[in-house]
Design a protein around this ligand. Structure first.
Ligand SMILES: Nc1ncnc2c1ncn2[C@@H]1O[C@H](COP(=O)(O)OP(=O)(O)O)[C@@H](O)[C@H]1O
Ligand SMILES: [Mg+2]
Length: 287
């Protein structure tokens, strides 16, 4: 994750409705040129204070950016606390318990016996925030040897070494066609974006070909909505997957400010968000 300098961000008043602070990150699944599709104003004089959605990727220094912008009367929609709640499993897990695989976390890798007793094998290993680029050998742990080999690498990996170690119950997910690689295999999994508790976009998580029917979509979004309600954050992403036995579970949540669009149309997502925001300000006008 890079450091972001708030001075380099572009502050846009999108469709006279919502403020967005944009920084390109050079990832096709993340960047989206709002001004090609929407009316974007960059007023010289702006009201103070304003709330703004950050679209500048995952930053190592969210806290610092938040406070630096706040000093200019620009408030990111998530406080540093809310950002952590959406991003770090040890923060969100207590709220989502029961909707998501059983999980434990450790500041130092424990003995395999401890994890095996609490969770069993196989288990799913990751950092408190993320995996290391979905490498299967570092996440899908079938034996004590797999575990010790993985944690050795965690301690040296630039993405993983700073994070707490998370051990999750391994859940057999419904597979979807994918080429065998060293990555975690694709499963029947969908991402959903929730703006003020409303779904503004949902679609396939993996870039292989699979689709949900209307019953599956309804069941998947019901679980995602339950998770979004429990988190009660302004702008959150919920990833859900179907298990091999047909149940829907939450894989993880994230701060939607830093989440990639996956197969979701960014145009439709921003259009829905603008519409929701218009309804919201109608309701809250002159109260
Ligand atoms: N507990 C689990 N059991 C089985 N598969 C899992 C489990 N957790 C995650 N996965 C699979 O691994 C993928 C990556 O895990 P995830 O927690 O989303 O990591 P990241 O934060 O790096 O995206 C998920 O998209 C899902 O397919
Ligand atoms: Mg993920």
């Amino acid at each position: 994750m890079p450091r972001v300098n708030p001075e380099n961000l572009d502050l846009i008043f999108l469709e006279e409705t919502v403020w967005v602070l944009v920084g390109e990150v050079d990832l096709p699944s993340y960047d989206f040129s709002l001004s090609q599709f929407f009316a974007c104003r960059r007023p010289w004089l702006r009201p103070e204070p304003i709330a703004a959605i950050g679209r500048f990727g995952a930053a190592t220094n969210y806290d610092e950016i938040y406070h630096q912008l706040a000093a200019d009367e620009i408030f990111l929609i998530h406080s540093p606390e809310q950002h952590l709640l959406a991003s770090e499993l040890p923060r969100w897990y207590p709220l989502l318990e029961g909707l998501t695989p059983k999980s434990l976390w450790f500041s130092e890798p424990p003995d395999i016996a401890i994890v095996e007793q609490a969770i069993g094998l196989p288990l799913f290993l990751k950092g408190s925030r993320q995996t290391s680029r979905h490498q299967a050998a570092l996440s899908i742990i079938r034996s004590a040897e797999d575990y010790y080999r993985a944690i050795q690498i965690y301690q040296e990996d630039p993405i993983l070494r700073w994070q707490d170690l998370v051990c999750r119950e391994f859940v057999q997910l419904r597979p979807v066609p994918s080429e065998p690689t060293a990555k975690i295999p694709a499963s029947f999994e969908f991402r959903s974006f929730w703006w003020r508790g409303q779904c503004v976009g949902a679609g396939q998580y993996w870039s292989t070909s699979y689709h949900w029917n209307s019953d599956e979509e309804r069941a998947a979004l019901a679980i995602a909505q339950a998770a979004a309600m429990r988190l009660n954050l302004p702008f959150v992403v919920i990833d859900v997957a179907q298990t091999i036995t047909g149940e829907w579970i939450v894989i993880e949540c994230n701060d939607a400010q830093e989440s990639g669009y996956t197969a979701i149309s960014p145009f439709a997502l921003w259009q829905n968000l603008i519409n929701e925001e218009r309804k919201f300000s109608e309701l809250h006008r002159d109260v």
